[in-house]
Design a protein around this ligand. Sequence first.
Ligand SMILES: C[S@@+](CC[C@H](N)C(=O)[O-])C[C@H]1O[C@@H](n2cnc3c(N)ncnc32)[C@H](O)[C@@H]1O
Length: 413
Amino acid sequence: MHPRKPSPPVPRATLSIRAKPIDDRAQKFFAPCPRGLEAVLAAELAALSAHAVVATDGGVAFQGPFALGMRVCLWSRIASRVLWQLAEAEYRHEEEIYRLARGVDWPHLFSARETIRVQVDAIRSPLRSLEFVTLRVKDAVVDRFRAAMASRPSVDTSRADMRIHVFLTAYKATVYLDLAGEALFKRGYRRDGLAAPLRENLAAGMLALMGWSGQTPLLDPMCGSGTLLTEAAMIAMNMAPGAQRGFAFEKLRQFDADAFRRMREDAAAGLRPLAPGLLTGNDRSAEAVASTRRHLQNLGGDALLAAVTLTQEPLESLAAPAAAGVLLSNPPYGERLEEQQTLKAWYPALGAWLKRSLAGWRVAFITADRAFPGGIGLKPTRRTPLFNGALDCRLYEFELYAGSRRTDRAPSS
Ligand SMILES: C[S@@+](CC[C@H](N)C(=O)[O-])C[C@H]1O[C@@H](n2cnc3c(N)ncnc32)[C@H](O)[C@@H]1O
């Protein structure tokens, strides 16, 4: 499938096309992720036995057999998607990209009944119009189908079965097929839309940055719809994040349903119950607590709900649920100026509560407000740049030493 060779003529066939076995030497993949999580995603992929793992800006390249792509879709908590590389070549103009995409044997990958969507992203590409490239890549896929059979896939820009990604650098074009389908942060348990939830893979990445692996108590005192708690529950229960959803690769001709059923069965066999007392959530809003309950219920039924401690009160009146543990939270971030002023006025009370109630805990907050550490009067031990969607945030970590106040500073507001 070398992209530079002209593709051989494909016989026009009306007979159904059989899947070609995939060359199961190292296939190339790229897993995009929220910026700031590349290193923890690389570690996660290495633990899933990926080879040639290379973190770059916004994602991680890796290699392995095709089945690894399926395993990463099922098991990665941090990747946003898994892109399977189909072709790559240098280019100067749109027609070379057309030929590169035309060279991929699409009719052997999926049937003309599947809908398609093409997405082109570029960094420093000299080409004028990415929309035109998108159109030419779509033409290439359709032309390749037309040459092989009477039917062709149609385009669906919102819920396509097959998402084709093209990535352009200044001189190189790479064609990928998205094995995940819907983005991987959609785990399947969230069925309502309470405002401003964290993306699930960002929450999982924050837990990974804190080194939380389900051994120590975890508290989210402003849990909102419970994203951090549900991700933590999945980690502690060794639950595959993709256990409750399907993937685009299940519609590929070569899909090995038996192998994937075994992968799902192995995942189900490895499930452990959640230890009561490990996870504590709180929010002052009744609506937020109800949403967290629903999500835990969707994820693990009554047993999971019963194992998580949930309260509804202002955090200032909460007592620490254990002598030591990890507090991880996503405080409100005001969009409007008055909201930001109200928040800033509240920070000293938050700082005072942390010092009063959580000595001995490791504490971290994700926020876009750079005045946060000064506001709560604590010096961060680490600050990690992270993007929450388009919001340029920091994960601020603090150590609250038991019996000592070495990190304390006077609140600046
Ligand atoms: C940005 S949201 C958290 C979103 C959450 N991480 C999620 O993924 O759904 C902040 C939450 O903090 C809660 N909150 C704000 N001030 C609080 C306080 N003093 N005590 C308890 N909860 C508070 C709000 O009700 C809101 O649900």
